[in-house]
Design a protein around this ligand. Sequence first.
Ligand SMILES: CC(C)(COP(=O)(O)OP(=O)(O)OC[C@H]1O[C@@H](n2cnc3c(N)ncnc32)[C@H](O)[C@@H]1OP(=O)(O)O)[C@@H](O)C(=O)NCCC(=O)NCCS
Length: 201
Amino acid sequence: MNHPRNNHRNADRRSTGGRTTLWQGTSVVLRAITEEDIPRFLSDGVVDDMRLYGDGYVPFPVTDDVRRELLLRSTRPPEGDECSLAIEAAGELVGSISTDSCDPRSGSLWYGVAIFREHRRRGYAIDAVTVLLRYFFQERRYHRAGARVYSFNEPSINLQARLGFREEGRLRDAVFTMGARFDVLLYGMTSAEFDERWGSR
Ligand SMILES: CC(C)(COP(=O)(O)OP(=O)(O)OC[C@H]1O[C@@H](n2cnc3c(N)ncnc32)[C@H](O)[C@@H]1OP(=O)(O)O)[C@@H](O)C(=O)NCCC(=O)NCCS
């Protein structure tokens, strides 16, 4: 016999489209980054990827100790709405996603995402970004999300388009790296545009 408490739980599941938590996507779960995750981040080289694709420059070679120090910051609890989270798929760590420059008054946030090289092109970035944005729009009452993308980063340009972000601005020649100047593309999406594309659940 179905216990009344289970009916309540089933109703909860229905109201979240079968997900047991808002942090669960189709194939990924977002969770806190732990110290045990750090060796996996170090082995992938994703820290250097984030310097180039997230900050727009090729960094000096540094030791794993220095990289570990940088990664340890991600294990701290979120400050306000600024968070760094691990992306897990089938129980395996596959990347990370973070928010920055969050302004709860205007309801504006920026985000960045990185997937480990061997796990790319499996839809994990799309899934992780929609989970993150659904949380900020439906739980934290945010109104818009933005992404800054360098013009040399074609995978990310395509990712923003697939997610439904619009190009809202272009800072011409704003970065110099790898011997050339590149633009910074500014992408944005409102919560209404997100709902229209991805559904409100
Ligand atoms: C950009 C990045 C996060 C994409 O992650 P991913 O899990 O491979 O992306 P998905 O599998 O969810 O792909 C979503 C869409 O992104 C685009 N895309 C992803 N990788 C691409 C590539 N190598 N070339 C062209 N388009 C690509 C496609 O439009 C794709 O949709 P499709 O598969 O239906 O064509 C990943 O390449 C990465 O970690 N890059 C380094 C860090 C970075 O650049 N982060 C973004 C900073 S703004």
